[in-house]
Design a protein around this ligand. Structure first.
Ligand SMILES: Nc1ncnc2c1ncn2[C@@H]1O[C@H](COP(=O)(O)OP(=O)(O)O)[C@@H](O)[C@H]1O
Ligand SMILES: N[C@@H](CC(=O)OP(=O)(O)O)C(=O)O
Length: 812
């Protein structure tokens, strides 16, 4: 546990540092283990002048409501009171040392005496004082634990500074509240404030409504001009439906303000209806994250572009009432909607739907206007998304999903961010799943980042627009990043691939790996694919970080696939563990389907016994051409001039590249080996190996004599020279080698087109007559095409992948 953030700033001048507000919901404070987790988060994420807002420990508010109801009905409260006190006493004893525990126990005891007396004598007028205890106990306990173990902290009762108009009208009096807060706040101490409660103009205790601590958090952010508010809860973000009910729900990485507001308005528990109100005039960043998985990025709420506006979610409520009356006319209805902001209303059918807790006030108001109105318990289910009410396709899908369900009405909300169906019966989990499926079935968004904008990268991007248009599996693919070794262009709303390179030229900025990883960790896509078209070993070292985040990799880069056995196995295990797909079709033979063929054979139950061939286009060309009519060095220089060889041709002649390719294929064929297990014959004599490139090229004619002699000997046996890679497995023993070999003039290896690669696979099924794959093993089009083939393959796999919802209690 680190308390650096807290300690580092404990002497800083208050007001010098940006304030952050952290709100922990009841579910995050339900048990002593949960509270330990919260303390850990505070240590890692809070600074001393931040504000921590707490809800009552999980379930406590419900119990306080039950107590009030029992007392109101003149029923015995003894047992539930005892059980609540026992629960809270348990938390105190588990978290504090003896002395502090004794102190808090005494305070709790006093509170329970007061609570009992209120329940016995005047529950009606003390109802909110009773409900307030939940948050008071929770704040007091957390503050005591922090004081004992971590940093100075003080618990504050929000009723001592937040002033609202009334329980019904929770608008805040900011000037007074701010002043009062200034007086209460203590420098160099972490403030632990109660959520959910406030006082009205008359000084009476009020609550902000169920789940109201989110609102408390944003009120406090507005009072202090906080930079960030994080709502820590038991789910790692806001999902496209309640993930406890809809296992296929998708995380909404970015939620536009208006849509978030609408979700809260419709009673979605993850965001209180008023949460966003205090932030209207502030540039405060709002974020929902899981206290059970604090490193996973959650949902950002703010202003976003096109993509976030496309997202749809489904929410429902079974706690609503249909208000209807024969006397209800459009005048009274419009007056009533103005006054009560109902969940929805329909002037045509003279009805409106309200929350259960509004019944009393609504009933009184109507009684004074039109006489009796009837209240009928109903349910609602809604499709929510930016301006969905004006999206015909969304409406049509919503109606289709409800085709076989009895509905009383379908209406659009005033904000146009939801279409709401009023149901006469409760909304079942089956219906929620069905509607969610219909609304989101094709909504998976895949982000693609291209690293390496060389020859192949450029070609890949040229082909991308047509591919996205023509391959249906790519329809939700968005190019979101371009990286060169120094510069990056990242745009979460997508980069038009048609203008990608021009935009890169104009807008790319210097970046470092840390910045890249920070962005990748919070990317707003369902899936993210990094396409590595770099030759960089350093970039390949980032794969570990990518896999940790569940990001997929298409690697044309050979480094990772041919790394040491330990590293490679660690990488593949990490990818599997996090659901990352790693493809590298183009690491060997460019676009030739050799990797696919090997995979396919293995899937069919075949066992591979040997793979051999010519895997280097450069060496293929050189030895195809080399018939003795001109010296070897002359051919080498000509290859260099034609761009067929690396700038330093020793990289080709060393055989290291072929050795890596053989390793990749052998691993693909199911064998465990590393580079050292493959014997590699370098064609560069020792005396030329340490020279500079220029010196080497100047002395390249020293190669001529030895090659001429080799060729002569091959010819004597009616053979030719080829640089061959081969591994075989015989009696369980692996034999792997790359080097110069004599090849019969009739052999397939001796008769290739210039630059071609050839792969010969011998297996159980292909024993006597091996499988041969032959064709260009390098080149702009075929390699870019091979990467596109990997992209389609990954997207096909991902289209059936279900996202694991991270929610405490379901898959903790
Ligand atoms: N669309 C949604 N996205 C995320 N969570 C949702 C959604 N709809 C309902 N929920 C539920 O809301 C719960 C969080 O609300 P709540 O229990 O009030 O949290 P807290 O105790 O942290 O305030 C989650 O456990 C989740 O099951
Ligand atoms: N404790 C109050 C306020 C609140 O916001 O709770 P939570 O953060 O657990 O939703 C309630 O249960 O309504």
């Amino acid at each position: 546990m680190t308390i650096e953030n807290l300690i580092k700033h404990s002497n800083a001048k208050p007001g010098k540092l940006a304030v952050n507000v952290h709100k922990f919901g009841g579910s995050s404070l339900a048990t002593s283990e949960c509270i330990e987790r919260v303390i850990d988060i505070i240590c890692r994420h809070c600074q001393i002048n931040d504000i921590v807002v707490v809800s009552a420990n999980g379930g406590v508010t419900d119990q306080l409501f039950t107590l009030c109801q029992l007392a109101k009905d003149d029923l015995s409260v003894e047992e539930p009171l005892e059980s609540l006190q026992f629960q809270l006493q348990g938390l105190i004893a588990q978290l504090l040392n003896e002395q502090n525990s004794a102190y808090l126990t005494q305070q709790l005891h006093d509170d329970f005496q007061l609570l009992s007396s209120w329940l016995a004598t005047d529950v009606k007028s003390h109802r909110n004082d009773i409900l307030a205890f939940g948050e008071i106990w929770s704040a007091r306990l957390l503050s005591a634990v922090l004081n004992e173990r971590i940093c100075p902290s003080h618990a504050v009762d929000a009723r001592d500074f937040i002033q609202i108009q009334s329980e019904q009208n929770t608008a805040v009096n900011y000037d007074i509240s701010r002043n009062q807060f200034e007086q209460i706040k203590q420098a160099h101490q972490l403030t632990i404030a109660t959520g959910y409660i406030a006082r009205d103009l008359e000084g009476r205790s009020c609550t902000l409504g169920r789940n109201g601590s989110d609102y408390s958090a944003t009120i406090m952010a507005a009072l202090t001009g906080a930079a960030n508010v994080t709502l820590w809860t038991d789910v790692d973000g806001i999902y496209s439906a309640d993930p406890r009910i809809v296992p296929a729900a998708r995380k909404l990485h970015r939620l536009p303000n208006g849509v978030a507001r609408e979700l809260g308005r419709l009673g979605n528990p993850v965001l209180h209806v008023n949460t966003l109100k205090p932030l209207d005039e502030h540039a405060t960043h709002l974020h929902v994250a899981s206290s059970f998985d604090s490193e996973t990025s959650g949902t950002e709420i703010g202003k976003f572009g096109f993509l976030a506006k496309q997202e749809l979610s489904v929410t429902y409520s079974n706690d609503v009432l249909l208000v209807s009356s024969e006397q209800l006319n459009s005048m009274t209805l419009s007056e009533a909607t103005e006054r009560f902001s109902p969940i929805c209303f329909d002037e045509r059918n003279a009805l409106m739907v309200i929350k259960q807790e509004q019944q009393k006030t609504v009933s009184q108001w109507f009684a004074s206007k039109v006489g009796e109105v009837t209240f009928k318990p109903v349910a609602i289910i809604a499709a929510v998304g930016h301006k969905v009410a004006s999206r015909g396709d969304v409406k049509a899908r919503f109606k289709r999903a409800l085709e076989n369900t009895k509905t009383l009405d379908i209406v659009s909300s005033t904000s146009e961010h939801s279409i709401i169906s009023v149901l006469p019966d409760t909304c079942s989990p089956e219906l929620t799943n069905l509607v969610h499926h219909e609304m989101t079935k094709d909504a998976k968004h895949i982000g693609v980042i291209v690293a390496g904008l060389g020859n192949i990268g450029e070609r890949f991007l040229e082909i991308l627009p047509a591919q996205i248009k023509n391959q249906s599996v790519l329809e939700n693919v968005h190019l979101v990043g371009l990286l060169s070794s120094q510069k990056a262009l990242i745009n979460t709303d997508g980069i038009n691939p048609k203008h990608a390179l021009v935009q890169f030229e104009k807008q790319a900025k210097d970046y470092d790996e840390e910045q890249l990883l920070t962005w990748l960790k919070s990317h707003p896509y369902d899936e993210l694919i990094v396409i590595d078209i770099t030759p960089s070993e350093r970039f390949s070292l980032l794969y570990r970080e990518f896999f940790k985040e569940g990001i997929h990799v298409i690697g044309a880069n050979k480094w990772a696939a041919s790394s040491s056995t330990e590293y490679f196995n660690g990488l593949t295990a990490l990818a599997a563990q996090n659901g990352s797909v790693w493809l590298g079709n183009t690491t060997v033979g460019a676009g030739l389907p050799v990797n696919f063929a090997i995979n396919d054979l293995r899937r069919s139950g075949d066992e591979i016994g040997a793979i051999s061939g010519i895997f280097s286009g450069t060496l293929s060309w050189l030895f195809e051409q080399y018939d003795g009519s001109q010296p070897f060095s002359k051919l080498l220089l000509s290859a260099l001039e034609q761009g067929l060889a690396e700038p330093d041709p020793r990289e080709d002649l060393s055989g290291r590249d072929v050795q890596r390719k053989l390793l990749i294929l052998a691993r693909l064929a199911g064998f465990t080996l590393s580079l050292e297990d493959i014997e590699c014959q370098s064609l560069v004599p020792e005396n030329l190996s340490h020279l500079s490139t220029q010196e080497f090229l100047a002395q390249a004619d020293e190669l001529d004599q030895p090659f001429a002699e080799e060729l002569e000997r091959a010819k004597e046996q009616n053979n030719c020279l080829r640089y061959i890679a081969k591994f075989t497995i015989e009696d369980g023993k692996l034999n792997a080698k790359v080097g110069l070999a004599f090849v019969d003039l009739e052999d397939a290896f001796a008769n290739l087109n210039p630059c071609d690669n050839i792969f010969k696979v011998e297996s159980q099924w292909y024993q006597t007559n091996p499988l041969i794959i032959q064709g260009p093993g390098a080149g702009r089009d075929v390699t870019a095409g091979g990467i596109h083939s990997d992209l389609v393959a990954i997207c096909e796999q991902l289209s059936t992948k279900q996202h694991q919802v991270k929610i405490k209690g379901i898959n903790e």
